[in-house]
Design a protein around this ligand. Structure first.
Ligand SMILES: O=P(O)(O)OC[C@H]1O[C@H](O[C@H]2O[C@H](CO)[C@@H](O)[C@H](O)[C@H]2O)[C@H](O)[C@@H](O)[C@@H]1O
Length: 248
């Protein structure tokens, strides 16, 4: 996707990079939405931009995503300093550090089997497994949205204190209750190299709202596609312009 020609980012105000900590969402923010989770493309130049940005931020660069952390290692190897995966359910504070999962409930095996059985009989449905949840993707078969919703609602209804149903982009996600991207921001901001800096959160989805609110509450800023940036392509152009401006 390309930047809209009439768009300027005058309204995007961020702290000086030397005082900021960046928290960036992945799907729909750093990369364009793709037909399947596996088929996203990391645009040429993005890794270099993020490497320079991380240096300018004194390492205070985190990716905060719904995906498991291993997928960020696959798509952006050695790029962010910290990663919050599974909407904050998994945290890795530094590149070589352990992944901390907390004590989250495990998804009942029966739910997963039923989901996989449904996917086997309905071409186009993708079941994406996570450590403490799973996603039912219906991007290729939007007509199945309501049926999948009903199934997922029923499962979660059996354990409403442990799990919740999250509406996602052309998907339904079953995830542990009580984790969110805002908590991830608060937790990371307590640790170096984030501590003492002003958080900047950029995201595109409803789950990013918690991260944006946390960044604002901590004295920083948060911006969301499409309200503040029209699309992910524009975010990438903006990031590139930031590092180029700082390096001049
Ligand atoms: O928090 P994010 O980094 O934005 O991750 C949110 C979910 O993104 C992925 O699903 C979405 O993107 C796919 C690739 O573009 C797309 O095919 C799918 O329809 C979208 O829902 C990812 O698969 C999920 O695990 C993330 O939770």
């Amino acid at each position: 996707m390309t930047m809209k020609s009439d768009y300027t980012w005058n309204q995007i105000n961020i702290p000086l990079l030397g005082e900021a900590a960046f928290f960036l969402d992945f799907d729909g923010t750093l990369v364009d939405i793709a037909p399947t989770p596996d088929s996203v493309k990391v645009e040429r130049g993005l890794t270099e931009t993020l490497q320079i940005l991380r240096r300018l931020l004194g390492n205070a660069l985190a990716v905060v995503t719904g995906r498991p952390i291993g997928q960020i290692d696959h798509f952006l190897p050695h790029i962010p300093y910290a990663v919050a995966g599974e909407h904050g359910g998994a945290l890795r504070f530094s590149p070589e550090g352990p992944i901390q999962n907390g004590s989250l409930p495990s998804i009942p095996q029966r739910w997963l089997e039923e989901a996989e059985n449904f996917a086997q009989h309905h071409e186009g449905v993708i079941v994406e497994k996570k450590n403490n949840g799973f996603v039912l993707h219906f991007r290729k078969v939007p007509e199945l949205e309501n049926r999948l919703h009903k199934m997922a609602e029923e499962w979660v209804g059996h354990q409403p204190d442990s799990f919740e149903l999250q509406s996602a982009k052309m998907a339904w996600e079953i995830r542990p209750k009580g984790v969110d991207k805002g908590q991830a921001v608060y937790t990371l901001m307590e640790q170096p190299p984030f501590r003492g800096r002003k958080p900047v959160f950029i995201g595109d989805d409803i789950t990013d709202e918690d991260g944006i609110k946390a960044a604002q509450a901590l004295g920083g800023v948060g911006y969301r596609i499409p309200h503040d940036f029209p699309d992910s392509g524009t975010v990438r152009v903006w990031l590139k312009s930031l590092v180029e401006g700082a390096e001049k």
